[in-house]
Design a binder for this molecule. Structure first.
Ligand SMILES: *Cc1c(COP(=O)(O)O)cnc(C)c1O
Length: 383
């Protein structure tokens, strides 16, 4: 289909018109089981009643007052998230990349003030932090090192999971280490608790900052509110996005009090912290905080993982990776793109983050029945 949209990705010709829970519908009324959910964004599924109610009520009350004024949902969400994350301050943004861009600026400013102008942020091979110039430079995606030259400087790369290489890369110019607890776009590669704990100890010992990019792993995705909790660590700076707004553009940068060195004028943004988005964020937070919600993510994640392992054994595929409801299946061959396309034909939305792997990121309230249905369709597709 040719449209006036910039051609930034290969889109199927389907036009989705509405959704409900785990299901999406096109104009002809055909149903699709959605295990992409806007790239791990719609954590409560499509048209979740608490989210719809919050947005509807807030839209009729107050949509925007400018970030230079307080509004109540902004204050309420700030209080909830800082307390939940164990970090004192928050800055709201509109996308993950913008939150990471803010994290990079905050770390650099902190380096100016407290580490003799240190500015380098050690980042990981195959990491993903967004699509602004700085966050593309911070990312370690194959091929990106050649794009949009000249790069933003100061993002040396080390292999993900390698503590010794990280320590060896620390020098007087180093201000921070930036990492995803589970590398999502790289294909759901779990760093593991020992690694995250090691990075925390290492950065502390060297007096530098640990920046956790929890844009994909945060907000309950791995079965804890934040993936860092698995390793019982608190980073100095954490970024959130994706699931945070349940589908609306909302992201955040959180930091320890003594790291928060922005002065007036250093950071801002027209739409940041507007009451419509923060009211949505608050509705999401309240749902995720309900007793038993995260237990369900853990249980459903295990159920999904076991189902995928059974399917894998039957078809001679490889390992199941990930945590909670962020999972990937190694197909042992570069057939993931073909499999995802065939799944779409069969009424199932799946993502292939790399040629040999399928990724599964359903709504966090997905039912066992919906997981069974997905496994059924996938089994048919790969047969
Ligand atoms: C999606 C993602 C981003 C970028 O978020 P956008 O909202 O697309 O800008 C950054 N980091 C990680 C780990 C992500 O998964």
């Amino acid at each position: 289909m040719h449209t006036s949209l910039m051609d930034i990705t290969a889109r199927p010709s389907i036009i989705f018109v509405h959704g409900e829970g785990a299901w999406l519908y096109d104009g002809a009324g055909r149903a699709y089981l959605d295990f992409i959910q806007g790239w791990a964004v719609n954590c409560l599924g499509h048209a979740a009643p608490p989210l719809v109610a919050a947005i509807t009520a807030q839209a009729g009350k107050l949509i925007n007052v400018s970030p230079a004024f307080y509004n109540q949902p902004m204050l309420d969400l700030a209080a909830a998230l800082t307390e939940g994350a164990g970090l004192e301050r928050i800055f709201f943004a509109n996308s993950g990349a913008e939150a990471n861009e803010g994290a990079i600026k905050l770390a650099r400013k902190w380096g100016q003030l407290h580490r003799h102008g240190a500015f380098e942020i050690i980042t990981m091979a195959h990491g993903f932090h967004g699509r602004t110039l700085a966050t593309m430079s911070a990312s370690g995606k194959d091929g990106w090192d050649q794009l949009f030259e000249p790069k933003v400087q100061g993002f040396p790369k080390v292999p993900f999971g390698d503590l010794a290489a990280t320590e060896a890369a620390i020098n007087p110019n180093t201000v921070a280490v930036m990492v995803e607890p589970v590398q999502g776009e790289a294909g759901v590669i779990d760093g593991g608790d020992a690694y995250m704990g090691g990075l925390r100890a290492l950065t502390e010992a060297h007096g530098i900052l640990l920046i956790a990019d929890e844009i994909q792993t945060g907000m309950g995705r791995t079965g804890k509110m934040f993936a860092c909790e698995h390793a019982a660590i608190t980073p100095d700076i954490m970024t959130l996005g994706k699931g945070m707004g349940g589908g609306v553009p909302l992201a955040a940068l959180l930091a320890r009090e003594d790291v928060c060195c922005f002065e007036h004028g250093d950071q801002g943004g027209t739409f940041n912290g507007n009451p419509l988005m923060t009211a949505a964020g608050l509705a999401v937070w309240n749902e995720l905080s309900r007793p038993g919600f995260l237990d369900h993510v853990m249980t459903a994640g295990d159920y999904l993982s076991q189902g995928l392992e059974t399917l894998s054994a039957r078809h001679g595929f490889g390992a199941v990776r990930g945590r909670g409801l962020l999972r990937a299946l190694d197909l042992k061959a570069d057939i993931a793109g073909t499999a995802a396309a065939a799944a779409l034909e069969a009424g199932l939305l799946l993502n292939a983050p790399r040629p040999d792997s399928l990724r599964f990121m359903p709504a966090l309230n997905v039912s066992h029945g919906e997981i069974d249905r997905m496994l059924d369709i996938l089994d048919g597709v790969v047969s």
